[in-house]
Design a binder for this molecule. Structure first.
Ligand code: ADP
Ligand code: MG
Length: 603
């Protein structure tokens, strides 16, 4: 075929593919226009999952009669005028592409009555032609109707899913938008039935209601509040406690300068922030608002404006990562505003959740002392050493001196009274009973201790009098050799002994008498699993995770009361100790009131 210039209508249809993918994208573009027009109430009506009809009505500024045709003309916009404007876009739209794109793949009508005008006008767009404005009846604002989406692009129409699925998509889309502007009311109706109605939310309580309706009732009671400002950036919002993490990344909402955003840099920064508290494919839930100088971000990086480019992505990444990490450090019993990571009582009492407000933690939290980190581990590992005896004894006398019944100071996790089936520590607190998963808690405490040691330099290692020989495959041997430096950082010294044999020369002091060759096999497993391109930091974290798990007290190990108290005190001092390294809770509380309720005392 010879080269030819395509007909205008076809050019538009091709370009439309970038902006309009499905009914949800129609809703997004139309609602963004309404928000840009200053609307405070936006009502969306759809039929057949939006394929038959998407109608968005707003009470915004309206479009003057003589601009109605222009509004549907390609590259016509009221939002930017020159290249400088493009550098600091403050509106959601700016490309002048949405209405013409939709018009080229549907039957569109735009009806509008400008603020201050007595008359409304409408234009129809179909198959590339736009009608003259005709008088219409309408109150102030704009209504855009998009009918029979992709009626003239059969290939596209075939890609649409069942009505129900499309409705789900557009509902989620509109919910995302509703969380970007609490000062605007949103209504969604499908086939004339109300799907949701979120009135303008001015008070904090109304806002929380909207969040709960969209994120689920469980979200707000399990979050940390974030509010952090640095230079030209502000990050605020809520992140879930690690114990509320999910199996899929479905509750992750990012807003950048009020714009709905799905950005890899930002997502990754949150993931890294959660890295110490979430292992094993769990996903955090969050609702985060990032505000920064518009000139620091290029919003013109994606036709549907879903992606952005940051001028200084590293800086923003670091800011978000550190903010999240710092907020999560506060999740330990010693923190002033801490609360049980899980409410044993709600389980015991049949599932009602209690005291939602108490879970709102404040930012920023104080840093906590790591002073005794390590001592406890020694104490637990080997009770026969003199050092451990001293340590236990000291804690023991401390415990005896304080009578729990007198209203003297009682530490947040109380005092140990017993061990249950070699798994749980039971502790008495003025408020009631504290339950601690001793392995999970000790694992976290050890992990943090190792991380601190690593931050100071190296993890202390002890040379073995008799090196341990381990048989491995040739490729595993090379892998270990290759990562010898990394391993020595975490306190493991290995050396090639033969083609299929390695010598373990030193192990971390902490590891004590645990089986070094078993540990090496696990570390090997991790090295094999990750490709070499992975960040060394991530390797180390995983190796430390393995070390901690190995060193942590096992189930069925009997602990003395002083040992248990030592662990409780250690938890209070350790950052992130409310969850084990897998994000599960390490302790729970049953209050006296709950116990009284169970036994119907005082009724
Ligand atoms: P953009 O939003 O990028 O400017 P659009 O094609 O979405 O491009 O809209 C074109 C123009 O039509 C907008 O710049 C605006 O002036 C006008 N417009 C569209 N929708 C509305 C609305 N709901 N209320 C007022 N004006 C609107
Ligand atoms: Mg627009």
């Amino acid at each position: 075929m010879p080269i030819r210039i395509l007909p205008q209508q076809l050019i538009h249809q091709i370009a439309a593919g970038e902006v309009v993918e499905r009914p949800a994208s129609v809703i997004k573009e139309l609602v963004e226009n309404s928000l840009d027009a200053g609307a405070t109430q936006i009502e969306v009506d759809v039929e057949d999952g939006g394929i038959k009809l998407c109608r968005v009505r707003d009470n915004g500024c309206g479009i003057p009669k003589d601009e109605l045709v222009l509004a549907i003309t390609r590259h016509a916009t009221s939002k930017i005028a020159n290249i400088d404007d493009l550098e600091r876009v403050a509106t959601l739209g700016f490309r002048g592409e949405a209405l013409p794109s939709m018009a080229s793949v549907s039957q569109m009508r735009v009806t509008s009555r400008e603020t201050g005008s007595d008359h409304a006008y409408a234009v129809d767009a179909r198959d590339g032609s736009i009608s003259e404005p005709m008088p219409a009846a309408a109150s102030h604002g704009t209504t855009v109707e998009v009918r029979e989406l992709f009626f003239n692009v059969p290939a596209r129409r075939k890609f649409l899913k069942a009505d129900r699925t499309e409705l789900q998509h557009l509902t989620r889309q509109l919910e995302r938008l509703a969380l970007s502007r609490f000062d605007v009311g949103f209504v969604l109706r499908a086939a004339a039935r109300i799907v949701f109605n979120h009135p303008v939310a001015t008070t904090e309580q109304q806002q929380q209601q909207r969040i709960a309706a969209i994120m689920g009732d469980d979200f707000m009671p399990h979050v940390l509040h974030i509010e952090h400002q640095a230079a030209a950036m502000t990050l605020r919002g809520w992140i879930c406690l690690p114990t509320f993490a999910r199996n899929q990344p479905d509750l992750q909402y990012w807003y950048l300068n009020g714009r709905v955003m799905r950005d890899k840099v930002l997502n990754n920064a949150v993931r890294l922030g959660f890295q110490d508290v979430l292992f094993g494919g769990r996903h955090p839930a969050y609702l985060l608002y990032l505000q920064l100088d518009p000139s620091l971000v290029d919003v013109n990086a994606h036709p549907a404006k879903l992606e952005v480019r940051f001028r200084d992505g590293r800086h923003i990444h670091e800011f978000v990562h550190r903010t999240i990490e710092q907020a999560l450090r506060s999740t330990h019993a010693g923190a002033a505003t801490s609360h049980a990571p899980t409410d044993a009582t709600s389980i015991l009492a049949g599932g009602q959740s209690i005291a939602a407000q108490s879970t709102m933690s404040m930012w920023p939290m104080q840093a906590t002392s790591q002073k005794f980190a390590g001592e406890f581990s020694d104490a637990v590992r080997d009770r026969s050493t003199e050092h451990a005896h001293q340590y236990s004894a000291r804690l023991n006398t401390d415990a005896l001196k304080i009578d729990v019944n007198e209203s003297q100071f009682v530490p947040p996790l109380g005092f140990a009274i017993a061990q249950l089936h070699g798994v749980y520590i039971l502790a008495q607190h003025t408020d009631g009973l504290i339950l601690v998963d001793m392995h999970a808690a000790h694992e976290r405490v050890t992990y943090e201790h190792l991380k601190a040691a690593l931050a100071r330099g190296n993890i202390p290692m002890q040379s073995l009098l008799v090196p341990i020989a381990v048989n491995v495959t040739t490729s595993d041997a090379s892998l270990l050799e290759e990562h010898a430096a990394l391993l020595s950082k975490v306190g493991v010294e290995v050396e090639r002994h033969g083609p299929t044999s390695m010598l373990i020369r030193a192990i971390p002091v902490l590891l004590g008498r645990w089986d070094a060759s078993e540990l090496l096999q696990q570390v090997l497993g991790e090295l094999r699993e990750h490709d070499a391109s992975l960040h060394v930091e991530r390797y180390i974290d995983e190796v430390i995770g393995t070390l901690s798990c190995h060193t942590a007290v096992r189930a069925n190990r009997n602990l003395s009361i002083p040992e248990m108290n030592a662990l409780l005190r250690e938890m209070e001092r350790t950052v992130r100790s409310d969850q084990c390294v897998h994000g599960r809770p390490t302790w729970a509380r049953v209050s006296m009131q709950e116990l009284d309720r169970i036994f119907m005392r005082g009724k």
